[in-house]
Design a protein around this ligand. Structure first.
Ligand SMILES: Nc1ncnc2c1ncn2[C@@H]1O[C@H](COP(=O)(O)OP(=O)(O)OP(=O)(O)O)[C@@H](O)[C@H]1O
Ligand SMILES: [Mg+2]
Length: 630
């Protein structure tokens, strides 16, 4: 248990010895070597035995562990069982009932297919296998080490008992951690199976105590059981289908992100896998909503035609290889992005799958009037696209702006009727998810009243997200074209460092594409001649400096992904400068406009740095504050 300090470790220098004869290794040693790859700790045994039980069609699987599984692991199932004459074969290497040909291997749908798990486990433990098939008069028990076969009693199904793991390979045993840690790993293994197979019941006993139990039921109930109510409340369902690939699951909101990557479950055709391609795809969907060091929480189930995925690439089958990795990456990324784009506000307070109430809330938002705004705000907040008749009158938005994408179908005549003077009725107010603005406090927070109680909005954070999403849309709509720019009547110059000057020269094209025309006035002075039309209020010298710093830090010559990401980073920087600053006094109309805009902006629940933009304080919580019994 006490590892030798590195410094004191003997250094086994390679030594040329006398030529040795080549020998065939005895079967048992071959198995023990193979077991090294498959069986690392009790949890590996648990995984293999539960895989087998599932392949046998079990509906209830019970595990009994002693000393974290090191002393004993017993797995009982009610599956199809094994004929007595096949029992010895089950323990033999390269013997399996699951595939018979290469074609079978290429379209395998069972968890197992190598025919070596039981042999491997048996070579490093004291294993016995008891099984009874449907029509049999009684069960049979085979003891692996002695080969003894005896009549036994049990109902249909199989029991595998694995005692004294690694007793014959003490070097391996030394690597084991405390019983509690080994138990935790074993439970993790069962949890993964439980997530993938909600129709199967699982129970885990440790030292005679029931430590986990998941009853057979619906997938939603199982997810809630295994992942907890907090995750369910703060995650969004996702679903997508693309040709031979179907995908569903849940993506946790940024606020339930974790310090460790311990709530990331990916299943491919029911098999838990760790896949860099998929985790990268998910990560990129969270890119501008999550602080770099935070780990998103998610569960993803992929179904794909078995011919399009190779499951035979890793001894423990924890990795797979996709025929078309790009398609999988895109499907995953888009599905997670879509799930995250919907905000709690636009979905109403019901927080879960699309409900009638949520639809009603969305419809109300779509029809809600957008309050009249000061000019500066009209430019920096996206307004619904005007119908042609209204467009003739002086448009309050920069003409070059692309129409906003309206995910909830907002915009149209109703919104414009409101903008041109209609007042909100109380029915509208009640339906607004973020409610009616009532005050601004501390120069930072907007307070609003909605059906649930009090809404508190961080106005800078919220506006920053709105402007950012708008810039991204403008950039996407424009493709390669530059962002709309506004020439300055009086150019702005500022003192610049040598690094800033160098970046401005090298990146003149990029700056132009961002709506900033920057040139050199002297060796230490830069001049800005245009501003991004979307950012009428930004301090230009500050903005330019930040963008230059951002550009200077971009790794040169990356893949297009990197460029895209760099551009998003720059847009985020620009959004921060374009967003309303603390201590700016807002009118009620401005506050309401901000709330309505949040309701129709994707990802409006978090700012670009992953912090929340608003919080709900319910009437119940307010009552509790004042000790008011209801
Ligand atoms: N719980 C069980 N119920 C019924 N049959 C079982 C059970 N466990 C094992 N078997 C039978 O024993 C065989 C060998 O099991 P083993 O786990 O060693 O290999 P496998 O599952 O075929 O492949 P892999 O090595 O990939 O797990 C299986 O193919 C299956 O026929
Ligand atoms: Mg198996």
């Amino acid at each position: 248990m006490n590892p030798t300090p590195l410094a004191a470790a003997p250094n086994p220098a390679p030594r040329a010895g006398p030529i040795r004869r080549i020998l065939e290794l005895p079967d048992e040693l071959v198995s023990q070597i193979a077991a090294g790859e498959v069986v690392e700790r009790p949890a590996s045994v648990v995984r293999e035995l539960v895989d087998n039980a599932l392949d046998a069609g079990a509906t209830q699987i019970t595990l009994r562990l002693m000393a974290g599984g090191v002393r004993s692991i017993v797995v009982e199932d009610d599956g199809c069982g094994i004929e007595p004459q096949d029992l010895p074969l089950a323990l033999k290497r390269h013997a399996t009932s699951k595939i018979a040909s290469l074609a079978d291997l290429e379209s395998v749908t069972t968890m197992g297919f190598r025919g070596e798990a039981l042999a491997a486990v048996a070579s490093v433990s004291d294993l016995s296998l008891t099984s009874r098939t449907a029509g049999a008069a009684h069960a049979w028990r085979l003891h692996a080490r002695t080969g003894e076969l005896q009549a036994a009693a049990r109902a249909q199904g199989s029991t595998v008992e694995v005692d004294e793991l690694f007793f014959s390979t003490p070097a391996r045993r030394k690597f084991l951690k405390t019983d509690a840690t080994e138990l935790a790993h074993a439970l993790d293994a069962v949890r993964r199976h439980a997530l993938a197979r909600p129709e199967v019941g699982f129970a885990v006993w440790h030292e005679g105590r029931l430590v986990a139990q998941w009853r057979a039921g619906s997938e939603l109930a199982r997810l809630a059981d295994v992942l907890g109510a907090d995750f369910m409340a703060a995650s969004r369902p996702l679903q997508a289908e693309r040709g031979p690939l179907a995908l569903h699951g849940r993506a946790g909101q940024p606020e339930v992100a974790r310090a460790r990557a311990d709530m990331q479950y990916v299943f491919v055709n029911g098999r838990f896998v760790r896949d860099r391609l998929i985790s990268h795809a998910v990560r990129s969907a969270y890119e501008d909503q999550l602080h770099g060091a935070r780990q998103p929480a998610y569960v993803l189930f992929l179904r794909i035609a078995p011919e399009l995925v190779d499951v035979n690439v890793h001894p423990t089958k924890i990795e797979v290889r996709f025929r078309d990795g790009r398609a999988v990456h895109q499907a995953v990324r888009f599905a997670v992005e879509d799930a995250l784009a919907a905000t709690r506000a636009t979905l109403g307070s019901t927080r879960d799958t699309h409900s009638a109430a949520a639809d009603a809330a969305i419809a109300a938002v779509a029809a809600a009037p957008t309050a009249a705004l000061p000019r500066a705000w009209q430019a920096s907040l996206a307004l619904p696209e005007a119908p042609p008749s209204v467009r003739e009158s002086a448009p309050p938005w920069p003409a070059s702006d692309p129409p906003r994408r309206t995910p909830q179908g907002s915009g149209g005549l109703a919104a414009w009727a409101g903008l041109l003077g209609g007042a909100a009725t109380s029915a509208d107010t009640a339906a607004w998810p973020l409610g009616r603005a009532v005050a601004q406090i501390g120069g930072v927070y907007v307070l609003a009243e909605n059906q649930q109680g009090l809404v508190v909005v961080d106005m800078h954070a919220a506006h920053e997200r709105i402007v950012y999403e708008r810039l991204k849309r403008a950039a996407q709509a424009g493709g390669e074209r530059p962002l709309p720019a506004q020439p300055l009547l009086i150019p702005i110059s500022f003192a610049a460092t040598a690094a800033e000057v160098a970046t401005a020269e090298a990146e003149a094209d990029t700056l132009h594409a961002l709506g900033l025309d920057v040139s050199l006035l002297s060796a230490t002075t830069l001049v800005v001649r245009s501003r991004p039309a979307a950012l009428p209020d930004a301090d230009l010298a500050e903005l330019t400096r930040s963008v230059l710093a951002e550009l200077g830090s971009v790794e040169a010559g990356g893949a297009s992904r990197l460029v895209q990401r760099a551009r998003d980073d720059i847009l985020a920087t620009m959004a921060c400068h374009g967003a309303v600053r603390a201590n700016r006094r807002l009118t009620l109309e401005e506050m309401n406009a901000l709330l309505r805009e949040m309701e129709t902006t994707e990802r409006a629940d978090t700012c670009n740095h992953g912090r929340p933009t608003w919080r709900q304080v319910t009437m119940k919580e307010l009552d509790a504050l004042f000790l008011r019994g209801r």
